[in-house]
Design a protein around this ligand. Sequence first.
Ligand code: ZN
Length: 421
Amino acid sequence: MADGTHVRFGVLANAWKETVRDAMADIAGNLASAKVEVRRAIFRRRGDPAERRRMLTALKADRWAGDPFLARQMRKHWKRGRNRTHDQIVVRSDKHNIVADGRGRLWLAVPGLERRRMVRIPLSTTVAPAGTLRLILRGGRVEVHYQIDASQMRSSQRPCGDRTIGVDKGYTEALIDSDGGHHGSRLGQLLSSESDRLKERNRRRAKLRSIANTAAGRGDHAKAHRIKANNLGTVKRDRQAARHRATVRTEIFTAVHRVVDKAATVVAEDLTRSFAGRKTLGKNMNRRLAGWTKGVTAEALRNVSERRGSALVHVNAAYTSQACHRCGRLGRRNGDRLHCTSCGVVWQADVNAAINILHRAGDPDIALHTPHHRVKQILRDRTDRHRTRLPVQDSSPATAERRANHPNRSAMSTLGSRRQP
Ligand SMILES: [Zn+2]
């Protein structure tokens, strides 16, 4: 501000400053999330611990440029950020005020471009926003975003449960827990109907676009313009998308609350781990939606646990959907059923996975970053020991205690057996 850079932007100095600060925070956040990915890459590398420690320290101190591996990884994961300053502005808490008119409607007043002339915005709610505001212009409306203290939210006052529960992310529901409970069962329906709707709508839009292009090619620019303005707009589309996202978020957050109602410790797969390097999602709408809901589920687990005081434990989920939770052998998956030929039992696949995830917490051999192939070897070694009648790992005091703490394991077994065809 001292050198007058802000004058060029034609906005009030204060608004400019807050918006720049916001953009800087975005850049910092972007860098931090890249570092999370690079840290994972460091752990995936098999190498000596001293070398790993050196890399982690260099990464933390922002000295990655000198190390070829770190530099390569940072280039790969530190993606271009998104600038959000074109349609929004940040207003400091002491720069706005709210007044109610005679009919009880709230008006938010913020500084405009002219000095001492406030811009007044009618609000569609009776709750006055407070603190630093982010005003976003979207589809001819103003959205007012502001932070609220999570501890003041009603859902944060609800205490968590007292048990340890494993959860698995389902396909048609948000979460399945190790008791066999299904939470957020509307999720699959919500996603598939949205995916169908998008497919149909995109088909129609493509048709309209081709009509507009043909008209423009013929020289009928008026018609092309009419179609673009009236039929290919983005206001309604964006509003519907936002509403859908809100519905899905509510479904997922409610599901997590149900689990935390009974859990003091939630054991889950780290859903923020991305497998983007292995396959690209492409245009497949279903898979892209699935990727997005995975992120929301991870956020909900972290957020709700923090607010309600339960612990969230991330475990290695390799082979948890394929191994029988009773004997550890890899079973045959058939739709939502898992058939263990050794036990002769058919489990409900997702409940079986949730129980396996629960058991991974405190597993003596399988740690969070144990590579996939190593996990398979460990599982095979355990069942081989079984076959040759050597002492089994499961008799260790740690496992016995864990079993005592979770009597639900045997309850599940009977449930599973009953479902046997
Ligand atoms: Zn089995």
